[in-house]
Design a protein around this ligand. Structure first.
Ligand SMILES: [Zn+2]
Length: 318
């Protein structure tokens, strides 16, 4: 996991982490304090192939250059999509980035001169949201961004499954006649409720071409019939996805994070209503928003980076 030697000096309580969240739309980089405060942040549009690693390193160099001389950055955490080997820091497969068996930790450690930990983006974001929510024993934590993912916690533990790939809520089919998904199926939850899916749907219906983000789309929905339709379809897909998990696992609550969750009450109110309408015999648990919003992946990656360089006796999970 750590590709360069640990720092010889003990890691101070006030140490900073350099965190990256590699998303489908943008690569976000941030300097994050131990108290989850984002000190500095920057982002670039996501490029595919090995170029994405250059972009991460460049963001990191720029963020480090902007810090004061006295600032102590202890390590780097990278929240990465797809299949990630966290021990070796290698991306086994990231379909949307076009990467197969690509070292991530080693080249970044060399460029940045810091120990680098790599973690699956959903694991990082969901872990941060769950911890921030007080680590509830039974909960479904959904990360709503370019894609959709969810981690279910039962008896205080995340269900990772026999393959380690549990939580692909985004690829649950809710509309078999729906639009094609990156996974090869049709009508997956994220084709309707993922940020990319929503924007593509809005464009295909002939929507306002100047709308390029979900926040604008949701704002537009108040007076634009097509935007309202797309947002409503997204709410329905999320409701059906959550109800499917609910029917199987009956989580005690649902906690929403990720950039799309920053829609706030515009998401929460209709989602709760739609779930009640479509629940049948399934119990509808309380649904709430995480305070971390779109920062969840960065915060999770930062926590991992700091945990990786702390002595084991004080180590905390992300
Ligand atoms: Zn899919």
């Amino acid at each position: 996991m750590s590709e360069s030697p640990r720092p010889r000096e003990p890691v101070a309580e006030r140490a900073l982490a350099l965190a990256f969240d590699v998303g489908g739309t943008s690569v976000r980089g941030a300097v994050v304090g131990a108290d989850d405060v984002v000190v500095a942040e920057s982002r670039v549009a996501t490029r595919t192939g090995p170029a994405v690693l250059d972009d991460i390193a460049q963001l990191g160099e720029d963020l480090l250059a902007g810090l004061g001389r006295e600032a102590q950055v202890a390590g780097v955490g990278v929240a990465f999509p797809g299949l990630v080997d966290t021990r070796s820091g290698i991306s086994r497969r990231a379909v949307n980035l076009g990467l197969v068996d690509t070292p991530v930790a080693a080249p970044l450690a060399e460029r940045l001169g810091l120990p680098v930990s790599v973690v699956h983006d959903t694991v990082a974001a969901a872990g941060a949201i769950w911890a921030d929510a007080g680590s509830p024993a039974s909960a479904l934590v959904a990360v709503l961004g370019t894609g959709v993912a969810a981690v279910t916690y039962v008896e205080g533990r995340a269900i990772v499954g026999a393959s380690g790939q549990a939580g692909e809520l985004g690829h649950l089919v809710v509309d078999p006649a729906g639009p094609p998904c990156t996974c090869g199926l049709r009508g997956c939850v994220e084709t309707r409720a993922g940020a990319r899916g929503m924007l593509e749907r809005y464009a295909s219906l002939g929507g306002d071409p100047t709308i390029t983000g979900v926040a604008e789309l949701v704002e537009q929905a108040a007076y634009d019939r097509l935007a309202a339709q797309v947002w409503s379809e997204a709410i329905t897909a999320l409701a059906d996805g959550f109800l499917a998990v609910g029917a199987l696992l009956a989580p005690g609550e649902i906690i929403l994070g990720g950039g799309v969750a920053e829609a706030g009450e515009d998401l929460l109110d209709p989602l709760r209503a739609r779930m009640r309408e479509r629940a049948g015999v399934t119990a509808v648990p309380p649904v709430r928003l995480s305070a971390l919003g779109g920062r969840a992946g960065l915060v999770g990656a930062a926590r991992l980076a700091l945990a990786a360089v702390r002595p084991a006796s004080t180590r905390m999970g992300p």
